[in-house]
Design a binder for this molecule. Structure first.
Ligand code: ZN
Ligand code: ZN
Length: 264
């Protein structure tokens, strides 16, 4: 099997994705209650009992909410850097099956190779992931997924990391016009969102996607859309022309929903 990937849910209220290979079933982030994750996984004929590991980007609740419900699933390995694990563990009653990685260093889990890279976001030690599978020969072509959510801006090192991915998941969190017009959020929260350690706007994503040189992407998922301060059509307007020029498919994950499955 190649890699099978599906975003289970995405947006300010929770983020999680399922990645399956021959030998591994993992979640990238787990930002829903364990009960809700079980319901989302049921659409794939699965439940948490069949998940082997969680790769955790950072400790914010919309990425880590399931951890409180993992007492019943001690078999699930939770991969995180030490700073993230320590702060996440503090609010839990039970000790999780933590496996630490060093930010920037590669590790493997079964038939997946994983590396992490630092992103600028207001959490302990937030990361993006590059997850690869396959030897790179005819029998087993190499396939790579890049996961890039929750960052206030995209430094040059981020460009390098995501360039070689076949599939890129990137956050398109807010439309600056809708954020400005929003009446629910106080000024301080708006400052946090559009700050250097907040989230990417649609325009920032377009700039990122058009600045990376010779990207290998075949499919880009725009995710983590704000329910109040973004729309799929605003993302489409900002980003679709740039990806069309690259001959790359685009899926925009509506806030509060998941995506269809992709095999690659
Ligand atoms: Zn966050
Ligand atoms: Zn988030």
């Amino acid at each position: 099997m190649a890699l099978r990937f599906r975003i289970l849910g995405s947006g300010s209220s929770g983020n999680a994705a399922l990645l399956q290979s021959d030998a591994a079933r993992v979640l990238v982030d787990a930002g829903f209650s364990a009960r809700r994750l079980d319901a989302l996984l049921a659409e794939d004929g699965l439940s948490l009992a069949q998940i082997d590991a969680i790769f955790l980007t950072h400790e914010h609740g919309d990425h880590a909410a399931a951890l409180t419900g993992l007492a019943r699933h001690p078999h699930i390995r939770v991969y995180a850097n030490r700073a993230t694990a320590e702060v996440a563990q503090r609010s839990l009653k039970h000790r999780l099956n933590w496996h630490y990685f060093e930010t920037g260093a590669a590790f493997s889990f079964r038939d997946l190779e994983v590396s992490s890279f630092r992103v600028p976001h207001d959490a302990q030690d937030p990361v993006g992931f590059i997850i690869s599978h396959g030897a790179g020969d005819l029998v087993s072509p190499r396939r790579t997924l890049a996961w890039l959510t929750d960052l206030g801006h995209a430094p040059a090192n981020v460009h390098e990391h995501i360039r070689e991915a076949d599939v890129l998941v990137v956050e398109a969190n807010y439309c600056p016009r809708l954020l400005e017009a929003d009446t629910k959020r106080p000024w301080s929260v708006k400052q946090r969102i559009n700050g250097r350690h907040g989230h990417l706007s649609n325009e920032a994503v377009r700039e990122l996607l058009t600045t990376v040189t010779n990207p290998r992407w075949r499919h880009v998922f725009c995710a983590h859309l704000s329910r109040d301060c973004n729309t799929t059509s605003a993302v489409e307007t900002a980003i679709a022309p740039a990806l069309r020029a690259l001959g790359c498919a685009l899926s925009i994950v509506a806030p509060g929903t998941g995506s269809t499955a992709l095999e690659f």
